[in-house]
Design a protein around this ligand. Structure first.
Ligand SMILES: O=P(O)(O)OC[C@H]1O[C@H](OP(=O)(O)OP(=O)(O)O)[C@H](O)[C@@H]1O
Ligand SMILES: Nc1nc2[nH]cnc2c(=O)[nH]1
Length: 179
């Protein structure tokens, strides 16, 4: 484990097993469809890559980059599109792939946007859910792990752009972000 971490919450093996389990569930749900998986950059990249290995229906992937945090650890509540989709969602079964749901503000914005753009259905899969952080009423359709109200990093999740490359999820020591 890296020195800057207080503890490892979820190991690499637990993440891989969970991705397999969720992939099976998602395959069953979309067996009659050709879903569009929308990864929310940058954090969802490793989870998207791991998840689709375990989905055995035809699917399309695209990415969207939105920002509500900047370099801060607290959501500003304002969501900005940095990179939009290349694909139209009209008439599509959209599955939003997230690394974490905290306040829920990012997802609320995306769900409303895709409905406005006339998606046939919009569902959400998240690797991590932090229900104690919620500012809007939002429950993911499929969720991997519930995490406590602490700042977690690894497997896509950053602190000041670092730690995304860790293969596991950990909690940073407070002195790292308190300086
Ligand atoms: O539920 P919320 O409070 O809205 O938080 C969740 C969002 O915050 C993180 O992204 P961030 O904006 O930090 O961008 P990043 O993925 O590029 O690090 C995470 O990847 C989610 O998209
Ligand atoms: N890295 C990281 N990004 C987040 N975005 C929302 N919550 C978190 C969190 O706990 N860690």
């Amino acid at each position: 484990m890296r020195d800057e971490l207080k503890e490892i919450l979820i190991s690499e093996e637990e993440i891989q097993n969970k991705a397999r389990e969720l992939g099976g569930e998602i395959s069953e749900h979309y067996k009659e469809a050709f879903p569009l998986f929308v990864g929310v950059l940058k954090g969802a990249l490793p989870f998207m890559a791991e998840l689709i290995k375990h989905v055995d229906v035809h699917l399309e992937i695209d990415f969207m980059d939105v920002s509500s945090y900047g370099n801060s650890m607290v959501s500003s509540g304002e969501v900005k599109i940095i990179k939009d989709l290349n694909t139209s969602v009209e008439g599509r079964d959209v599955l939003i792939v997230e690394d974490i749901i905290d306040s829920g503000l990012t997802l609320k914005y995306l769900i409303e946007l895709f409905h406005y753009r006339k998606a046939k259905s919009v569902k959400v899969v998240t690797l991590l859910d932090k229900p104690d952080g919620r500012k809007v009423d939002l429950v993911p359709d499929i969720s991997g792990f519930t995490v406590p109200d602490a700042f977690v990093v690894g497997f896509g999740l950053d602190y000041a752009e670092r730690y995304r490359n860790l293969p596991y999820i950990g909690v940073l020591k407070p002195e790292i972000y308190e300086g």
